[in-house]
Design a protein around this ligand. Structure first.
Ligand code: SF4
Length: 454
């Protein structure tokens, strides 16, 4: 098979993996070497469905011996198969780098025979890149669950970031949809990577020249909407992954039906992109806003409100917390106010050392007053008074009604999903309604729903 043909197949097979992000590694170019890393990020590209992907994102092989029902590469799926040789992959990467097409490599693979065999081949390719071509660019590599710990160690010495995909939010779903995979086999390399990166940090403090092990840490990816877990279960799992394995990121991937299987949503199901978006917002709250999963969702409210971002939803459910006095509140208290983010909270804290802040100054330093004004006081004066409908109108998330945005699909797996949820925008437009009119109608309905709950 021609190399170009392999590339076409293996790049296409890799497009469902969304676990790519900025590199997080700073490494200058060096005479005699090739490439450099910028912490600001490697090249990104956008697929037609709006996902952000890095360039030269390929699988080493798509000839999988596993049969995960949700995956296009599963062994029972009749698709063209291809496998690089280590040298082909390394030369392709270098060729693309020299032509300025890419700045890094995102390398994953299907299970080629056994996890060990697959990892050995990936390691050989990365060795050629790092040791023969002296490539110093960013490499994100997937560790294959079930591989020998020694191979995971070797991969970590060659790649900047490692990731092990947890795939599904529960062991039950993994057993049902990916019978060849075991939850324990996924968690073991995560544990190993967490402990080796911590150990490596200590070594680097003592010996500056010690080899680096996965300096950009590890991440994972979870498929959303292929199995029945609620947002609450997913968020609790996310929180515990951050705490136990020091992950840099948990990526959520809205399930895109690629195969007809009775265990999975129908092929016509739209990917739950708004749900994925809500989970990313909540993930942000866990990592930068000092929220815990238990605060954002509970047994009575196990899924996110499609109309409100999780922070606004929390604020509406906790009126006892507000108003917050901006000229005296702590950073943690400020971060709970809708419309105040980490940057604006920091600016408020700095600025108020010299002078108390009023609404015009807050606006100047980046506070989104449209939302924040109903939740703050400035030296005892309320930012704004509003009717319940006005507050709901200010908080409602415009993204939920954006024309062209795919709406939350209230899948059949979630029978308790918001009983008062409005029909999705696409349903109305499919019935022939003008998209702008449909969005306006839905927005009004959303405001009514939120007002009722206030
Ligand atoms: S192991 Fe499962 S998810 Fe990974 S490529 Fe093979 S079939 Fe797909």
């Amino acid at each position: 098979m021609e190399l170009a043909e392999k590339l076409e197949i293996l790049a296409d097979s890799a497009k469902y993996d969304v676990a790519c992000t900025s590199s997080g590694v700073e490494r200058a170019g060096r005479h005699g070497s090739l490439g450099s890393c910028s912490a600001a990020g490697i090249c990104h590209s956008f697929t037609p469905d709006g996902r952000c992907v890095s360039l030269l994102k390929v699988l080493y092989s798509n000839a999988c011996c596993y049969d995960c029902s949700y995956c296009v590469n599963r062994r029972t799926n009749d698709i063209p198969r291809a496998t690089f040789t280590p040298r082909e992959l390394a030369e392709l990467t270098i060729g693309f780098y020299r032509r300025n097409y890419i700045e890094g490599l995102f390398l994953s693979s299907a299970v080629l025979g056994t996890p060990d065999r697959t990892m050995e081949a990936m390691i050989s390719a990365l060795r050629i890149l790092r040791e023969e071509y002296h490539f110093r660019g960013y490499i994100h590599a997937k560790a294959i669950p079930g591989a020998d710990p020694l191979l995971v160690h070797q991969l970590g010495l060659l790649a900047d970031r490692l990731s092990v995909n947890i795939e599904l939010p529960s062991a039950d779903s993994l057993h049902r949809l990916a019978p060849d995979k075991k939850r324990a086999a996924v968690l073991a390399p995560m544990r190993q990577i967490a402990s080796e990166t911590a150990q490596n940090r200590c070594e680097l403090q003592r010996y500056h020249a010690a080899p680096q092990f996965a300096p950009a840490g590890q991440s994972t990816q979870m498929i959303i909407g292929a199995s029945p877990e609620s947002d609450r279960q997913i968020l609790h799992l996310t929180e515990s992954l951050y705490q136990k394995y020091s992950l840099k990121r948990v990526f959520f991937s809205a399930y895109l039906p690629v195969v007809q299987d009775s265990r999975l949503p129908a092929l016509t199901t739209r990917p739950p992109l708004l749900r994925e978006h809500r989970l990313y917002q909540a993930d942000w709250l866990l990592r930068f806003y000092h929220f815990s999963a238990g605060e954002l969702l509970n047994e009575d409210n196990p899924i996110f409100d499609p109309y409100l971002d999780p922070k606004c939803n929390w604020a509406l459910l906790h009126p006892e917390y507000f108003p917050v006095e901006v000229n005296r509140a702590s950073r943690e208290e400020l971060l709970r106010v809708p419309g105040i983010g980490p940057k604006s909270a920091l600016r408020i804290l700095r600025a108020r050392k010299h002078q108390h802040r009023g609404l015009p100054e807050l606006k100047r330093i980046g506070v989104v007053l449209k939302r924040a004004q109903y939740f703050i006081t400035c030296d005892g004066y309320l930012g704004a008074r509003g009717t319940r409908a006005e507050i709901a109108g200010a908080l409602v998330d415009p993204k939920a009604f954006g024309v062209g945005v795919q709406q939350l699909s209230l899948d059949s797996f979630l029978p308790k999903a918001l009983p008062d949820a409005a029909p999705a925008l696409h349903q109305l437009t499919d019935q022939g309604m003008d998209p702008q009119k449909a969005a306006a109608e839905l927005r009004q309905e959303a405001i009514t729903c939120i007002t009722r709950r206030m």
